[in-house]
Design a protein around this ligand. Structure first.
Ligand code: GLN
Ligand code: ZN
Length: 778
């Protein structure tokens, strides 16, 4: 027997996003459920056929999902909160859990389950909601149907299951559960269903099951460790079960290695891309009863694998274990990379030769497996990989000498504002003369069908650049007029010219390239197309100054200049892996620093640098936080500290757990921070107050995730709450996030209420100066 080539999971959308289209058409009532299911089934068949044709031996099933694999696992375990149970149709119920369901006639108003980020990826999963005494029962219908479907293609697949401990750790208790209840307490209740499921699969002749336990790469509490000990051992001791591959990814097992090697499972998958050094320890600790699946092809990025380097690792494993105990696989599911490089026709050939999407990654896995017995592989896959790696290493297009030279001149003083915050704040007040509780928005205004249509027409050449420009100017003008009419204090231009807050900058910066079809799933039917950051970043010319000065020319109120921050640009791109991320981030920061200074020179008095992704870049392991936070905060400061004290720097963050990085947010030293808080009813602001956040802060008082228009009284209530924890002189009034996904009528109504709420508050605070002495309560 020779080493096995395997995959842990395939992208779901299809190379032209067929699944997205089918889902949206079904949700929009334009097609039937059988049409949707037919598309899904045809995609699965394509994926299996691809893997089979490429010669993979272990091919996953049940990795496909109509919405999300965690939700699938919840359904498989019978975890359906009571409020959805009135929906009898399983598909309707499934989508109601995923996206909520409103139906006036039926009197239905079901909110969706919570959604959150899948580890440190940009994929979002649906958080299962558990009762304290949750009962579980098996519904294996999806899994078994897919198993049969694959077998009809003569593929004998390896079903993927989210393991019991990760399932519980990723779930949440229903809001009415007593405080402090731990989902891990349900381990004994859920294990019998897993046992039952494994028995059913054994009965069907399934040889291997992939049991995903990604939480094994996190810092675990003693309770989680003991859940792993008990849970995995109990499953592995089952008499009649398929073989179990325990799959870990996104990082190193570290102190959890013994939990994995002592689990009694038949194989262990480790991520050797994120944590190459764990091969040694794993080889040492692996019991003879276990095989090893080495994840050597990067499932999180798009660069071609250095096959020779990976081959060395394979050889080490084969020498230690023998080839019949080694599997080769991508580091994690390929869900996080685009499907097929072959569908890119416009990429420059040299650059394209450096890349591998899912389909190409499977070829790499195959090549590594086939060469596992050889000392010096000569297969074509290896020679062409060698050439590509050499070309990328030597290519002048990844290196810009001017950028490199300038990087050497960066010193610590460039990351420090002139005067301390209190002094800057005094000067801002002299210059801007804002009322107490100034009102503003986060940047974007509704991207209506007209705006998207004009952009599409311009991209397709049906609208000339001059016409498109005139259209955007008119939209911007109208948007400013509306903001003035609503009485907002600090205006924005509306971001109509931007399709996406990262793409817009990537397109204007050197070092980035864009794909045609490089989509990856973000959640449900939503996909993103991350730019490829392949080379040194430079800014050939100003990017936003034209729009900012045009917008400022239309009003006498302050107009915010709007930029996306360095960490967010980095985080939402596929980033070069040939230098540390912190280094790349610093290059982006330098380019943005020039933009910030150009905006200032053009007379823009307030500049906002958005960093919504700063928290999501946080490493999974606490020991790695410090390093990340150091370079991430430094990058923001490098981008924003080149201005005069008179210029007010804003930043914005949203939809993350900020509680544990308050100190680092404070170190960013933005004059004003607008932050999403209405979801948690300002709970987050209490954290900021307790921490004594020193600078100005605008807690979001308008939840922009629904068309609902909050009343003025509701916002007054939130502002009263805010004022009870922080001095009014420190507070701004703004929505949670940008308004691009909303419609104009609701936005106008909500912002009118918001401005009115601020006015009411100002009356209550009558006479209070905008700048109280630091820390004095209002
Ligand atoms: N300025 C951006 C906008 O308003 C910020 C978006 C975000 O936080 N994701 O759209
Ligand atoms: Zn936001």
């Amino acid at each position: 027997m020779t080493v096995i080539a395997a995959s842990l999971g395939h992208p779901r959308m299809g190379s032209t996003r067929e699944l997205k289209k089918a889902l949206e058409s079904y949700w929009g009532g334009k097609s039937t459920s059988s049409e949707l299911l037919a598309t899904a089934s045809s995609l699965r068949r394509q994926h299996w056929t691809t893997m089979k044709d490429k010669g993979l031996e272990h091919i996953p099933c049940n990795d496909f999902s109509l919405y999300d694999h965690v939700l699938d696992m919840a359904v498989c375990l019978g975890v359906i909160p009571e409020r959805y149970q009135s929906l009898r149709d399983p598909l309707e119920r499934y989508f109601a859990m995923a996206r909520g369901r409103q139906d006036r006639q039926q009197g239905l108003d079901l909110a969706a389950l919570e959604m959150t980020k899948w580890f440190d990826t940009n994929y979002h999963y649906i958080v299962p909601e558990l009762e304290v005494g949750q009962r579980f029962h098996l519904d294996a219908s999806k899994l078994l149907a897919e198993l049969e479907e694959a077998r009809a293609l003569r593929v004998d697949p390896r079903p993927v299951l989210l393991g019991p401990v990760s399932f519980l750790l990723l779930s949440k208790h229903a809001p009415h559960a007593p405080q402090g209840a731990s989902t891990l307490a349900l381990l004994d209740a859920v294990l019998p269903v897993y046992e039952q499921l494994l028995a059913v699969l054994a009965e069907r002749g399934v040889a291997w099951v992939q049991l995903d336990e990604p939480c094994l790469t996190l810092d675990l509490t003693p309770a989680a460790r003991s859940a792993y000990q008990q849970g995995l051992q109990r499953l592995s001791q089952l008499r009649n079960r398929p073989r179990l591959l325990l799959a870990t990814y996104f990082g190193e097992l570290g102190a959890n290695l013994s939990l994995a090697t002592g689990s009694g499972c038949d194989a262990l998958h480790v991520d050797l891309v994120r944590a190459p050094s764990q091969l040694d320890d794993t080889l040492k600790a692996l019991p003879t009863s276990m095989r090893l699946s080495v994840g050597l092809v990067d499932g999180r990025n798009v660069w071609r694998t250095d096959l020779d380097a990976a081959h060395q690792q394979v050889r080490r494993a084969v020498r230690e274990l023998g080839s019949d105990r080694v599997f080769i696989a991508p580091s994690c599911s390929l869900l996080h990379v685009p499907e097929d490089l072959d569908s890119e026709s416009k990429l420059e050939p040299e650059l394209k030769s450096w890349l591998a999407f899912a389909s190409q990654k499977l070829d790499e896995v195959r090549a590594l497996a086939s060469a596992a017995e050889q000392d010096s592989p000569t297969a074509a896959a290896f020679t062409s990989a060698r050439a590509a790696i050499a070309s990328r290493r030597a290519s002048p297009r990844t290196r810009n000498p001017a950028v490199r030279a300038r990087m050497l001149t960066v010193d610590e003083s460039m990351s420090r504002r002139g005067a301390p915050f209190q002094e800057r704040a005094r000067r801002h007040q002299e210059r801007l003369r804002l009322p107490v509780l100034p009102t503003t928005t986060i940047g974007s205004f509704p991207q209506t069908g007209d705006v998207r249509g004009a952009r599409a027409a311009w991209r397709a050449g049906r609208l000339s650049s001059a016409e498109y420009d005139a259209f955007l100017k008119e939209e911007t003008r109208r948007c400013i007029e509306k903001q003035e009419a609503m009485g907002l204090d600090v205006l924005v231009h509306g971001e109509f010219e931007r399709n996406d807050m990262v793409e817009y900058f990537g397109e204007q910066l050197d070092g980035f390239v864009f794909t045609e079809n490089g989509w990856v799933q973000s959640y449900g039917s939503r996909c993103v197309k991350p730019p490829l950051l392949y080379g040194d970043v430079a800014r050939p010319r100003p990017m936003t100054v034209g729009w900012a000065t045009y917008a400022q020319s239309l009003t006498s109120r302050p107009m915010k200049g709007m930029l996306t921050g360095p960490v967010t640009i980095l985080q939402w791109s596929f980033v070069r892996d040939d230098q540390p991320r912190g280094e790349t981030c610093r290059q982006i920061a330098l380019a943005l620093r020039d933009e910030v200074q150009d905006l200032e020179a053009a007379g823009i008095s307030i500049i906002q640098v958005d960093e919504p992704a700063i928290r999501e870049g946080l490493p999974l392991r606490r020991q790695d936080w410090k390093d990340y936070l150091r370079w991430a905060v430094d990058a923001f400061k490098l981008a924003t500290s080149g201005v005069q004290d008179e210029t007010q720097i804003h930043t914005h963050m949203c939809y993350s757990e900020f509680g544990d990085i308050l100190e680092d947010i404070a170190r960013m030293d933005a004059d004003v921070l607008s932050i999403e808080t209405s979801r948690s009813k300002l709970e987050l602001l209490v954290d900021f107050a307790r921490f004594q956040y020193p600078n100005e802060i605008g807690p979001g008082v308008y939840d922009i995730h629904s068309p609902r228009v909050p009343s003025q009284e509701e916002m007054v209530g939130l502002l009263e709450r805010a004022r009870s924890v922080l001095p009014a002189s420190q507070l701004w009034v703004n929505p949670d996030c940008g308004l691009k996904t909303r419609g104009w009528p609701e936005v106008e109504a909500a912002l009118t209420h918001m401005v009115e709420a601020a006015r009411v508050m100002r009356e209550r605070l009558a006479g209070l100066p905008r700048l109280a002495s630091p820390g004095s309560p209002s």
